[in-house]
Write a protein that binds this ligand. Structure first.
Ligand SMILES: Cc1cc2nc3c(=O)[nH]c(=O)nc-3n(C[C@H](O)[C@H](O)[C@H](O)COP(=O)(O)OP(=O)(O)OC[C@H]3O[C@@H](n4cnc5c(N)ncnc54)[C@H](O)[C@@H]3O)c2cc1C
Length: 625
């Protein structure tokens, strides 16, 4: 985007005129202020064959943080990123959805699955992954959720493996800079949070405070406990969400960790550079570097003295491993790829599947006036406040509940959308973001005609189903085959349907009854004969309006070295080769109950210390600029 010249302005007369022209000048200049001090691009500034101590592939949530930590001392670090600088839509919180179907994201789709997505366009699920500095953390929904001790119990397999809860909590807190006064002013809550880290976590705003109050009351009437902090010891209940939005801008690991480190001489970032495969020393089976394609097609090789670290995310990390000869032997042989280590790469894929439940209500809210968004834009440009600083204007509470009472971990998480009557973008949100067929999206738009509309998004916290990823061929740039296998394990549907029934009881609470709340039936061939709100109906809906929270994890599973399901050991080293680690969401053995970004940051913090220990790198030596 170019900045407009503003020399055409004449100066106003008197205080009013001066204020007027100063405002116009400010607004015109403001577009140039919506950027960040991104690091310099070295993609055409290095020489093929250059050596670094560490090469990190991918500057996403994990990679940006790790690059910052590993370059704290004198180690030389090369961070290679397939994308470029995040656009304005990534920085302005309300627009993050606008980054998805663009070049700033890998456009991944799942394969058709007989158990799900019947109402999705082409019956497949859309899985965007960020292709920019900050990775998926630059296009995500900002929520910062840790989960609780029980979520990470399956990760901790042996004494002293470094994955016990007190250690993990320490790493969660290390990155965090909590600034919400509600937490800071309460010593009990404050002690659960980091305040000295670089990743600012703040309150998330919403434009309809009254609606959130009503929704919260309804959950309380349903029997849920109000939690002041959803990142406390438990998530079971309802409470305010918090996340990476500060002073009206996105906080990502690129803005929080990479940008402040970008002046270090020992850290170089290559943008628009695609890592094709890992180079190995054939004799020792040690990863010695990476082969890359630059923006204009040049192929180059860069070498690592110590390690190559893959932080390319749950879909791209297994691709790079498989193309490089690390994966299931049978699959690699079919692709005519020489096998270096026979490992279950691409297996163990897990995701939070979710469905939208439409509920109309009547609180007397009216359609927004035609100038609402114009005023919102001016407000944002003036002082970075207002509707554009919200994470797409979601009611800022989430709820967690389990089918049976007394469980310590939730079965489902519920987030919400709220639309005043006749909101113009309900149809486009449904078709673009949720990727449902027009016949379904027309119904959502109709529900909103002259009525307020809630969407209760119910997602399954800890699915048993496991999907997988396979290569189509041996071309590293080709999109892989993604098998979501949502509901493949029948226990998932059983829990999901029971939980949905429990959630939908909310319309019978006094608060929602007083709002004339009504669950709306979504008509769809195959579900139409089923009794509305019966278990069979909800099962049919789950298989039809299948959506997800974009949280795929697990395709390079961490575990014991001898376990045939493991791809990396507990220090995240790839089994069967040397000099290669994976540090991103793909190492998760099991998905936590909550959104995954904070857990990925924790993994990167954890890994940074493993690596520093292994190479006897001193802690936090001062930057040498
Ligand atoms: C729409 C959406 C909303 C979400 N909302 C939330 C939320 O609100 N809260 C939350 O906690 N989580 C959320 N998540 C999930 C969360 O953002 C991810 O779990 C997390 O960002 C994953 O981090 P990662 O480091 O594993 O991978 P990524 O952040 O995806 O990083 C991978 C990086 O590697 C680069 N790369 C890939 N392949 C190559 C290659 N061959 N060569 C060079 N570079 C390469 C990519 O461009 C990318 O920058 C959301 C995800 C999406 C898609």
């Amino acid at each position: 985007m170019k900045c407009f010249p503003h020399g055409c302005l004449t100066y106003g007369q008197g205080p009013a005129g001066t204020a007027f022209s100063s405002l116009v000048t400010h607004l015109l200049a403001a577009q140039c202020l919506i950027t960040e001090p991104w690091p310099k691009d070295y993609s055409y500034g290095l020489t093929s064959g250059d050596r670094f101590d560490f090469i990190i592939v991918g500057s996403g949530t994990a990679g940006s943080l790790l690059a910052s930590r590993l370059s704290e001392d004198n180690s030389t670090v090369l961070l290679i990123e397939a994308g470029g600088d995040p656009p304005m839509e990534s920085i302005v919180p309300n627009f993050s959805g606008a980054t998805h179907k663009t070049r700033n994201a890998f456009q991944y789709y799942t394969e058709v699955d007989e158990n799900s997505n019947k109402g999705s366009i082409s019956e497949i699920s859309y899985w965007p992954r960020g292709r920019v500095l900050g990775g998926t953390g630059s296009i995500n929904g900002h929520l910062h959720m840790r989960g609780s001790e029980g979520d990470y119990a399956p990760w901790h397999l042996e004494e002293n493996d470094g994955w016990d809860w007190p250690t993990l909590k320490k790493y969660f807190m290390k990155s965090e800079k909590m600034v919400d006064p509600l937490i800071l002013n309460n010593p009990e809550l404050r002690k659960e949070h980091g305040t000295e880290g670089q990743f600012v976590v703040d309150q998330l705003n919403f434009t309809h405070g009254d609606i959130v109050e009503k929704l919260t009351n309804a959950y309380k009437e349903l029997g849920l406990t109000y939690l002041d902090d959803l990142n406390g010891p438990t998530q079971m209940g309802v409470g305010k969400i918090r996340g990476g939005i500060h002073k009206g801008r996105r906080v990502s690991t690129a803005t929080a960790f990479l940008n402040p480190a970008s002046e270090r001489k020992n850290l170089k970032v290559m943008k628009h550079t695609f890592v094709n495969q890992i180079e190995f020393d054939e004799k020792t089976n040690k990863a010695i570097g990476v082969k890359v394609s630059l923006l204009y097609g040049d192929i180059e090789t860069y070498y690592a003295n110590k390690e190559v670290i893959l932080s390319a995310g749950t879909i791209n990390t297994p691709k790079i491993l498989m193309v490089s000869g690390i994966g299931p032997k049978k699959h690699l042989k079919e692709l005519k790829i020489k096998v270096k280590s026979n490992l279950p790469v691409g297996q163990n894929l897990q995701d939070h599947v979710r469905i939208p439940i439409p509920v109309t209500v009547d609180t007397g809210a009216t359609q927004r006036d035609e100038h609402f968004w114009l005023k919102a834009a001016a407000q944002y440009l003036l002082d970075q406040t207002g509707p554009h600083t919200t994470n797409y204007d979601q009611p800022n509470i989430n709820a967690f509940l389990s089918v049976e009472d007394g469980k310590s971990l939730p079965d489902v998480q519920i987030d919400h959308n709220y639309f005043v009557p006749n909101t113009s973008y309900v149809f486009s949100m449904c078709t673009n973001t949720m990727s449902f067929k027009d016949s379904i999206c027309k119904q959502f738009a109709d529900f909103n005609k002259d009525k307020e509309l809630f969407i209760f998004f119910v997602s399954l916290c800890r699915p048993h189903s496991r999907g997988n990823i396979l290569m189509r061929g041996n071309n590293p740039m080709e999109h892989p085959k993604i098998f979501s296998k949502y509901f493949n394990d029948t226990r998932d549907m059983d829990t999901f349907v029971k939980a949905i029934k429990k959630v939908t009881e909310i319309v019978n609470t006094p608060t929602l009854k007083a709002m004339n709340a009504e669950i709306k039936r979504i008509n769809f061939e195959g579900c139409d004969d089923l009794e509305f709100e019966s278990e069979a109906y909800w099962e049919c809906m789950a298989r039809t309006v299948t959506y997800n929270v974009y949280h795929p994890v697990g395709t390079a599973k961490m575990g014991k070295e001898k376990d045939p399901e493991s791809v990396v050991d507990s220090r995240l080293r790839v089994i069967g080769v040397k000099g290669l680690r994976v540090v991103d969401a793909s190492i998760m053995p099991t998905i936590p109950s909550v959104n995954t970004n904070a857990a990925v940051m924790m993994i990167a913090e954890r890994a940074a210390d493993f690596i520093k220990e292994d190479y006897k790198i001193k802690e936090n030596k001062k930057d040498e600029l």
